[in-house]
Ligand binder design. Sequence first.
Ligand code: SF4
Length: 478
Amino acid sequence: MNVHDSERISGLLEGAGYTPSDGGQPDLVVFNTCAVRENADNKLYGNLGLLAPVKEKRPGMQIAVGGCLAQKDRDTILRKAPWVDAVFGTHNIGSLPALLERARHNAKAELEILESLDVFPSTLPTKRDSVYSGWVSISVGCNNTCTFCIVPSLRGKERDRRPGEILAEIRALVEDGAIEVTLLGQNVNSYGVEFGDRGAFAKLLRACGDIEGLERVRFTSPHPAAFTDDVTEAMAETPNVMPQLHMPLQSGSDKVLKDMRRSYRSKKFLGILDRVRERMPHAAISTDIIVGFPGETEEDFAATLDVVERARFATAFTFQYSKRPGTPAAELADQLPKAVVQERYERLTALQDRIAAEENAKQVGTTVEVMVTAASGRKSGETGRLSGRARDQRLVHFSVPDGAPVPRPGDLVTVPVTAAAAFHLISDPAGPADYSLRRSRAGEAWDRSQAESCGVPAGPAGARTGVSLGMPALPPRS
Ligand code: SF4
């Protein structure tokens, strides 16, 4: 969500006439902050401290701070860093250009934080990081009250976008060249509750299946408590919805889940995985797990290890619990010593790394379709391999056989998996016969974006591919 907001901020600023810095001294620095991880505030104030002398030597330079930490800390930011020019929250990123203008005109800092959403972020222009793949918000905010989580207090109650607006944005993205979208919401399974249709998310997935040119649909994040079979069916029966599911577990202990105020239990969680795999045997399932929640006993932790063993996750994002001031869990008495949390964390990651390596090893000998990405692996300089994502979102590093055509980011290659590690697959095709390339509209969009960045006029229509206008908002239905 935060990354997508940053795309909106870039789009807004470019629309207001700013251009990206070429690496020299910028006239404007914007921090889009996150408050989910520990130490976000220390990092922010550290960075602001580093910028203070830079700004002093550069009259007219502006600094803005937005996002979750700004929503939380508000005027504290201006008290601790009075050289900041503008502070804006999660609900009003659209105000940023005006705040910068006012700060410049009045020669004083501007602070604007709203308590609820001003306009749905998708109505704002966007500078997308990728031309072949895009985020599409279906809702913002969350109605749940997980005791460790700061999101509801910073992002507010869930607001759902109308399906017609979402589909229009997806079609616009596809027309611009994207072939992949990721539907985005704090809890996609409760999508539609606001406008009275509990089956709305499954219907939305099926409607994505009718969009010509859209090849890959993903979504994040579902919630096990609200995940229903109609969504599994829609995933299985809609060919462009990818066989991939990110299903946050958080803990395998029912007692800890109760303390976290997450209303599913481990049996239900594993049951969802069974049904998904029954309908999509090759689905790759990933998760989030928090280790060391207050009061977690060794027995509770063993229950998490047990669920991880049985769930066979392809990937897991593992976190050590840390207090978020303002959340109920931060007030719980039984906070665990760091050493205990660290030791459990290491056991969990060792187990999950083993499982991920075993699951990836099963892919060796299969053939995967990979959408090529612009970023290659760390070792690409030595290996010459390019990188991309398989349909199930596994990371694949592949080599292009001598004499075979080289793909562009956004193109699709079909290649054999020849080796595997815990976090990626390797494909070294034996020769051109083992490798096939499908040039895609997304690859063409990539070419156009590269030509534009070199100052060459854009493709046939001459359209700018970098920034897309915001979607027109429909008036709310009464
Ligand atoms: S579902 Fe829970 S963890 Fe996820 S955003 Fe909502 S409150 Fe936070």
